[in-house]
Ligand binder design. Sequence first.
Ligand code: EPS
Length: 410
Amino acid sequence: MSVLRFLTAGESHGRGLTAVIEGVPAGLALSEERIARDLARRQRGYGRGKRQQIETDRAEITAGVRHGRSIGSPIALWIGNADHGNANWRVRMAVEEVDERVDAVTLLRPGHADLAGTQKYALDDVRPVLERASARETAARVAVGAVARALLAELGVSVRSHVRAIGPVAWEAAAGVDWEAVERSPVRVADPDVEAKMIAAIDDAKSRHDTLGGVFEVRALGLPFGLGSHVQWDRRLDGRIAQAFLSINAVKGVELGDAWTVAALPGSEAQDVILPSARWTERPWQRASNRAGGLEGGMTNGEDLVVRAAIKPISTVPRRMPTADLHSGEEATSFYERSDACVVPAAAVIGEAMLAIVLAGAALEKFGGDHMDEIRRNHDAFRESVGPRRAGGAGAAGRAGGEPSEDPAE
Ligand code: EPS
């Protein structure tokens, strides 16, 4: 269990979303403005549906922050659902008993949690399942992620994302991505030709009453060595990252570095050569390539961390689809209200949040401390210590370490 934990609560059309984050040290500068920026980035993206025109997500910080800084106690966040203001939703999602008749949702939608959820929780209405399974919940995760990013920024780490594919249209980003161009793009790519093709693909899917999935990539830049550990299965950072990404609604596959390409190469061509110190230009222990995506032995290895995720086309397909009825078990056709046509750009922002949360937790495990100053000191001293290590326990590049113990008991 990470020292940084969070829980969310809230239904898609209920009053709103709550998040509680435990383990944030004292002294971290935080503001609702900063969180709002990430929430707005999640709401953007070509292919989003009408719901995003109703919501303007804003997280209120209701606990754990005083005079602009965390105080070490749990941080609580509240994001109201504007759509709940609609009279229909107020009745359908009322906390108290209501006098009005509320019809059960009984048409099971394949690809959603509807069938498994109603069976597991013994429900005769799909509504309670779909409300919580909805990707609306990811707004709370992005708010939590903004807190995690603030902590990582103090350690010189930034988290970025771009889209690699929407439906059949792919974008192979170069190593030096123009991140500002990505931010300006409604499909999160930095190539105008590819952007136009992706937009056309989404328009085409919409006109055919269909939806599109794709692939997004998240990178963490400026990471220190040694987040995660090789010593125990559940401390391996690669496993923790994969779990975090697969927990994002509709994500069905995760790739670390060039995993799928490397799988087809002979071992002699699959490595990232460790360069000698004469060739280091930016930091100790640079590599000739980064096929591993910044992770070896379940630890960060100083290179950029690269995670890619495959997201399936949204299961709410805007046309009638064959299904079965929850009450009768008989053949039926699914209903359609409204939905997004493509959420790949938004999912990339959610991926940033999940990666930031995992990395901030791992950084707190490595650098410890209850105040940001303490964490910064530990972090800076560790970064200083990275470099060639001499036999006999001498420290990095011949620095201290290996000194005779001054413990009088020894
Ligand atoms: C979602 C269905 C749509 C999306 C929603 C996730 O909601 P609605 O049924 O209200 O139109 O808009 O996403 C969000 C509300 C959001 O903020 O991302 C689903 O079924 O997962």
